[in-house]
Write a protein that binds this ligand. Sequence first.
Ligand code: FAD
Length: 379
Amino acid sequence: MHITRTVFREDHEMFRDTARRFLDKECLPRQAQWDEAGFVDRETWLKAGREGLLCVTLPEEYGGGGGDFGHSTVFNEEVARSGASGLGFGMHSDIIAPYILRIGNEEQKMKWLPGAASGELILAIAMTEPGTGSDLKAVRTTAVREGDEYVINGSKTFISNGLTADLVIVVCKTDTSAGAKGITLIAVETTRAGFRRGNKLKKLGQYAQDTAELFFDNVRVPVANRLGEEGKGFGYLMGELPQERFAIAVGAAARLERSLELTVEYVKQRKAFDQTVWDFQNTRFKLADIKAQAIAVRLMIDHYLGEHMRRRLTLEESAIAKLYATEALGKALDEMVQLHGGYGYMLEYPVARDFVDARVNRIYGGTSEVMRELISRKL
Ligand SMILES: Cc1cc2nc3c(=O)[nH]c(=O)nc-3n(C[C@H](O)[C@H](O)[C@H](O)COP(=O)(O)OP(=O)(O)OC[C@H]3O[C@@H](n4cnc5c(N)ncnc54)[C@H](O)[C@@H]3O)c2cc1C
């Protein structure tokens, strides 16, 4: 994109090389197999752990890489640039492990984080239910305290890493009459009696991303599995959601740049009416608009990345980043599919994969409408 980026240090760029090598060697050759299976195999998780690509921001004492969000961003960008689809590593490392790090006690951190960093313990977070997604405080899964245990009942849906997860952070109601103040986070090992996974959900895109329904039927977990305090779960979720949303925006920015590059290459060699598709003014104007958008997105993302690395990114700013970057990507991909003609509809072309994979960016982590709601509250 010919923009000088000032957010990264030399160690970030070295980490980029490791990430790129891993994606080229270990992921792209397995993509078709993962797409078919609907999940990424455990061996690849373990290899990623050995290469230091999981939980890169966790302190070394918990088995992590001792890096910062710049390292996570580098990995996220390289995944988008490589075209690898459906890896659940970002969710695991940058969204779920941080809950345990920030609100878990020492015993919980020592118990779960080293396995998360090595890939032996795959993590998921279960907020969404069949009856509620955007309105988190309306969850109906209950956790009733009996002595030194909680008994959990309910169901969750659309849970990323749900099929393979070993530990799920479940958003429960410990007080059904208290609304948001009745929400508690409880970590549930998937080996517990009464826990069941549904079938693999068939999705529009991201075929290799394992997305599942989870069922909890009188699942008993020790009170020691509770993360943080009872009734404070909603506040913890609000504290971590900015990073989740910003990570989605970071991936969208990188995907926009890659798709633009590939589309320019494609239209410059594709012939129609004795000229290249690039030679039509319509094509060049469309791509010029997309480049202008991509630059605007890049500048915004790098500015907010700097803010986030200084731990200053607000809920509103992360909503702005997610809304702007994912909407820009969605609209641009639609145009770029069009510029590919029929090939743009064929999944073997990266633009088609990006088109279907990126659609969910405007839905998960909070929909674009919810982002607009959050932004408008500060106007
Ligand atoms: C592939 C995939 C992976 C996912 N992974 C996870 C996961 O790992 N863990 C997890 O907990 N969840 C996950 N989700 C769920 C995701 O976060 C929700 O789907 C999302 O938050 C929207 O909730 P919903 O589907 O219930 O839609 P609804 O809340 O029913 O929304 C329906 C429509 O109403 C609109 N709407 C809702 N509220 C408002 C409002 N206040 N103002 C204006 N419009 C509004 C929405 O924008 C949307 O257009 C995943 C979803 C997908 C598709």
